[in-house]
Design a binder for this molecule. Structure first.
Ligand SMILES: Nc1nc2c(ncn2[C@@H]2O[C@H](COP(=O)(O)OP(=O)(O)OP(=O)(O)O)[C@@H](O)[C@H]2O)c(=O)[nH]1
Ligand SMILES: [Mg+2]
Length: 235
């Protein structure tokens, strides 16, 4: 059972070392693939330093900030070529606590996609502003209604896919980035009748580094979500 944790990074140098040590504490046999977009803070240098002693760490470097969605797609394709069985999506900012990794791995044995959920019993958010809560919860509700999806947390980015899902989704047809990317992938998985399960996670606000969420990402989600059913009709 080969697992790959795909982690996009942009200016995460304060978080990488601790994140990696926590991941290996909870999932010692996993591989990690970082996709770094030429972070000005030299995050890639820290990753390369870790690679010297840890062969399970991989790095793809892209020339400029190209967005979270395309970073994940690049990582998934890399992993599919190397026959990984399970693919995690995870942020580098420690908002996604590695202690949940074993819960995901257990749940994925009987499901095809596992979503880390802040909005089911046992899930929660620590230290988020009211505005961020409204955006995230509002985005989930908006998508739940428009796309008729039965899942409570659609904007989250702590997920585990089985390889068969990623092989059957046409990854080249996915063109969205932030929130919309997360919603689109879950929507496409659901449409193909794969088994999706939410497990509770407590999400903590980043303590180091800056958020990359922008007005553009929010706008993308608002504008594109109503049209996802027509974009996805040929899948
Ligand atoms: N490679 C790459 N990584 C990115 C890009 N944008 C964001 N990231 C990374 O994607 C992850 C999520 O980004 P965040 O800034 O934490 O966004 P967020 O989690 O929606 O926002 P916060 O909750 O405020 O942290 C982090 O690991 C970022 O470093 C990008 O354009 N390219
Ligand atoms: Mg974050």
């Amino acid at each position: 059972m080969k697992t790959l944790i795909v982690i996009p990074t942009y200016n995460e140098k304060e978080n990488i070392k601790f994140l990696v040590s926590e991941i290996f504490y909870y999932l010692p046999t996993t591989d990690i693939l970082f996709i770094d977009d030429n972070s000005p803070d030299q995050s890639a240098t820290i990753i390369k330093e870790l690679q010297k002693t840890t062969p399970q760490i991989y790095l793809i470097e892209r020339p400029q900030k190209l967005g979270l969605g395309s970073a994940y797609l690049r990582g998934f394709k890399w992993g599919l070529e190397r026959d990984y069985d399970y693919f995690f999506e995870m942020d580098a900012d420690l908002s996604h606590n590695p202690k949940y990794l074993p819960d995901f791995l257990k749940a994925i044995q009987t499901n095809d996609l596992v979503l880390g959920s802040r909005y089911i019993e046992g899930g929660d958010i620590e230290n988020w502003s009211l505005m961020r809560r409204i955006l995230s919860k509002g985005g989930s509700l908006y998508s739940q209604i428009l796309l008729r999806l039965p899942y409570k947390d659609l904007t989250g980015g702590f997920k585990c896919f089985s390889s068969k899902v990623l092989r059957s989704i046409d990854l080249d047809s996915v063109h969205s980035e932030g929130y919309c990317f997360q919603i689109e992938l879950t929507y496409k998985t659901h449409k193909q009748k794969f088994k999706v399960k939410e497990i509770p996670i407590i999400f903590s606000n980043r303590s180091n580094g800056k958020s990359k969420i922008s007005r553009k990402i929010v706008l993308e989600a608002i504008l594109k979500i109503p049209f996802l059913p027509s974009y996805s009709s040929s899948d």
